[in-house]
Design a protein around this ligand. Sequence first.
Ligand code: SF4
Length: 576
Amino acid sequence: MKVVLAKKAGFCMGVRRAMQLALKAARTGPHPVFTYGPLIHNPQALDLLKSLGVEILKDIPEKGEGTVIIRAHGVPPEEKSRLINAGFKVIDGTCPRVIKVQKIVQRHAEDGYRIIIIGDKDHAEVIGILGHCRGKGIVVSDLRDIRELKDLQKYIIVSQTTQEEETFEFLSQEIVELFPGGQVFNTICNATHNRQAEVRRLAAEAEAIVVVGGKNSANTNRLAMVAREAGCQAYLVETESDIPREELSQFRRVGVTAGASTPNWMINRIVRILEDIRGKGEPFFFRWLRRAIRMAVEINLAVALSAALLGVFAQTALGQDPSLTWAFVAGGYAWVMHTINRLFDLESLKLNDPLRAAFFERHRLCFYLVAALVTGAILSLAFRAGSLPGGLLLTLLLLGSLYGFQALPPPLKHLLGYRALKEVPGGKMFFVALAWAATAAVVPGLTLGPRPSALAGVFVLAALLAYLRGILLEVLEVQGDGFVGKETLPVFLGEEKTLTIARWITGVLMVLGLILPAMGILPPSALAVFAGGIYLLFLIRVFAQRNPGQSFRLEILVEGLIPLTSAISLAIALYL
Ligand code: SF4
């Protein structure tokens, strides 16, 4: 069925930030690590935090040790002081937008204003804001509360950040009419506003809306309510077992949104299942085609194709006729390494793409058998070409297999501070890119004898292409990787900085793509990386605006990078 995703779905900025702080604290300590109250209203994410040793602190003890993370809702200042005085290291995860409201009320309370907070009396954020009002705050939830207001002269009105726009407008107008002269601060967070506005838009174009999120989450329930008020059938889905498959199969087009505390992997999981349901009148062929593409990506054929075509690009950029044998060696190497590492590291895949993880687990033996056959085939091809390419490929296979093992000798461990290559922060894609470039350019280069400067140039271009492909794919898996403690570049630096780095590296790639052919170091076919760079800039832009649940489509787009560059380099070589 056709699934239309809301652009603003899943973790909002504040929740994402608090979650990152909690994950970092789980890794670095001091331990034990607590969140003061549940970090988010999502049982699956809370279970995962618990499995990482992050417990929930309900009451503040007299004495404590370890780390406490204050959640995005914030707390009254006295509670923060009590946590510090009890002996905890306190990490303040209060959302910057909530801090802004706290500062507004605090400043006005100090200037003698009364503070009206429009919101839910029992909500943690409202309790926190009230704590910053120096005893001058009053919470208003409905008209009854307004009737109890007396003698308001110098006052301001603020709102809970997740308040509904209409309710805030209505209640604040009522108050100002009764007590003229009050200043109104609309402090509703635009994340909430945009999300609700988008659900209304989605309701107009879809026949039904699926809201993914915790059943106890207020903002998730509110999204379902907004969809129903807009006249659309709405289903609240916490896990895949809640999906009403029969009912949904009556629709052609279903919209999907998610509450601010819903993790990406849950949205991905639900979207995948929804896309698999045969919608009303959906042609069988499209469903079959989608499944075939998905299968190719899932069993790493897309990875193998990318690596094989990187080999084609490398040979073309070296001014040689592409050889199918070396393309097979490069593709086979990438497939074996990728598959083996997936099989050894199913934990993060279970979070990012649980259905794919289940597929790998089910066919584990089969994957190992095929990996052994492919390894034998590519090694025999490389050794038949010569002992140098064969020896290099064997070394790369051994290094790739040892990537996840604590295999570095103690002196190196002492020097670097790591026992395994995979522990080097942000290092995974760096090593993968070097290995891909080596199999694509250097292994065949050892038999074909290109100039060293040309070989070095092609090696760098191939490594940059492979690196950029890799870090974009890592951005898609950032939440799952973060939960299992993988130090990928996006986990280490954050998505935004990773995309900025990707932009800079793309710039370097494009400049090299122009300079190396202009200097005569490489033939004109190397200009293809300039076109690849333009495609990369487009991809990075799409990534910066992406929404969760799009991971699979974006993965296909990323896997298009190397085939596109390779096709352009072949076309230039043929034309010239
Ligand atoms: S909804 Fe807005 S204010 Fe609340 S945590 Fe998210 S970003 Fe912050």
